[in-house]
Design a protein around this ligand. Sequence first.
Ligand SMILES: Nc1ncnc2c1ncn2[C@@H]1O[C@H](COP(=O)(O)OP(=O)(O)OP(=O)(O)O)[C@@H](O)[C@H]1O
Ligand SMILES: [Mg+2]
Length: 387
Amino acid sequence: MSFAGRRVLIIGPGLVDMAARALKGAIIETIEAEALSGRWTFGEAPELVLIDAAGSTPEALAGAIANLGRAPTPPPTLLTGAQLPVALVRALMRMPRSDVLEAPFTEADLAGAATPLMAAHIAPVQGAPSRCWSVMGAVGGSGATTIAIEIACALAARLPGPRRVCLIDLNLADGAAAAYLGAPANMLLVRASQAPDRIDASLLDAFVSSAPGGVDLLAAARDSHAFDTTTPEAVLRILEVACQVYDAVVIDMPRHRRAWSLDVLSGSDELLVISELTVPALLAARSLAAEIETELPAGPPPRIVLNRLAKRVFGPAPSMVEAERALQRRAVGGVTSDWEAAAASANLGGPISELRPKSRIVKDIGDLVDRLLSSPAQRGEVEAKVA
Ligand SMILES: Nc1ncnc2c1ncn2[C@@H]1O[C@H](COP(=O)(O)OP(=O)(O)OP(=O)(O)O)[C@@H](O)[C@H]1O
Ligand SMILES: [Mg+2]
């Protein structure tokens, strides 16, 4: 686990040097136990509180622990020391996430004790709850994966904080997101399906790989049986934990219905259906959107994104106006066709926003994301119909 950028508060000065080496990259602050036992309130909540029992009196420590326990979300707390007073340990154990590390210990012991406490720590999202956006192609090859990746990168560029966006590829058998991003596919959902209740933030950490563009990726290696061997419980639990840990989650949804598809869609805040400007794709998008509206009347309204818009088209193709008429609804956005940029991403491994930042695709997706952020979908609302 990486400690880089994680906020650690140390009570008592004795542990600072060792903690700096054990929790490399962590932002460390120190405070005296006495200062914590008064009316001390958290500014930015620490992701771990490390207490050096040797540095303070048992009374001051008891006061500090009691004060930590009164925080709205008590921070994970690790108490270290030799022959710790029983009363202190008992007070500590009343906190939701805490542990004791008996002295003497090594840097590896300290990192080992801190990891599960911090991995399970769900960073509070500033102001807003986590956003979950699902992206689904109306027909194969419409660009759903490409658009999901670029949306994830655009969101990562717009959100503050260390754990911004997780892109989840739910095309479990042969998803392409990892290949397009040039990142490893580390998610072992088949194994996690055997004990879905054990899926927690630390298991999620083991499954994610960091991808270019400031995005974390959850994707499974190619496995043609994966849809049969993965349980709905495991899929839904992974999503639940990801939504707790990340500020935003973007899902590359499979087109074909799975046992968990409707649950995933109904739990999403935005549902984007990707179509292209061909008659079969538009008709498929229209019927997919209508089907979702019927099955999830209180869910997020499906919104259509038209992909591969071209100035010059070869042969007959519908115009935007004709497309919206065929869809019987307005599209929420359009993405320009740029084969060179899309091919660069797929073949070199990396988002278009990094490899071809000037591409119209990047601008169009940025505009789309800004639009969605400023006017989020209202559940149960039916998108404006076009006669
Ligand atoms: N706006 C675009 N301009 C040009 N090419 C694009 C655009 N969007 C996607 N592509 C290209 O279209 C092809 C299909 O894209 P992608 O794999 O994203 O589609 P998909 O809907 O996820 O496909 P699948 O049904 O296989 O999951 C890829 O070669 C991709 O590079
Ligand atoms: Mg795809």
